[in-house]
Design a binder for this molecule. Structure first.
Ligand code: FE2
Length: 184
């Protein structure tokens, strides 16, 4: 985790482009996905009613954040965007992302469905189109590690009505958990 934080800080200090982030960050994230002992129990604990998003690290200048997402069986996000680039890596279980694009009439159409499996990563940006819904359609808890190009819990972004495509502003916040002092 320290290696990941250091590399992300270096890239941020270099004011790396979004293209560089999308290219470089997956390879730095991948070793973190090989084991899950490093992730404290309270940062991978599911909630009985909805998915959790625990802040693992926030850059002091707010240039990036690292978050663990935890889904119980069948739990899902709303259809949403991010307003920043992101890289996601799967730690445990499978997560299914349904991707959307806007049609000419303003509604949303499904452009693809992608399953992320343990050890795999995926990168996205608003310019490429990043509207999606994520769900855990297995019978086990799933956990993934998300990196965003900003303080995602405080970023004003959008959730979308599936039927009409109408966007609603929202700020996700973070699930309550104590701050971690990473030393490994
Ligand atoms: Fe997302």
């Amino acid at each position: 985790m320290i290696t990941l934080i250091r590399r992300l800080t270096e890239l941020a200090d270099q004011q790396a482009s979004v293209a560089t982030m999308l290219c470089d960050v997956p390879s730095v994230l991948r070793p973190v996905l090989a084991r899950e002992e490093w992730l404290p129990a309270n940062h991978k604990a599911p909630h009985p009613d909805h998915y959790q998003q625990y802040l693992l690290y926030l850059d002091p200048q707010g240039r990036f954040s690292i978050v663990s997402f935890v889904w119980g069986p069948g739990q899902e996000t709303p259809i949403h965007d991010h307003m920043t680039w992101g890289v996601v890596g799967q730690l445990r279980g499978n997560e299914v992302s349904t991707n959307y694009a806007r049609s000419a009439d303003g509604t949303l159409k499904v452009t693809g469905v992608h399953t992320l499996k343990p050890g795999e990563t995926i990168a996205f940006s608003p310019a490429q189109g990043d509207i999606h819904q994520v769900r855990n359609d297995s019978y086990d808890v799933s956990v993934s590690i998300h990196i965003y190009g900003g303080d995602i819990g405080r970023t004003k972004r959008h959730r979308y009505d599936a039927a009409t495509g109408v966007a609603h502003a929202f700020i996700s916040g973070y699930s309550p958990a104590s701050v971690v002092a990473w030393n490994a």
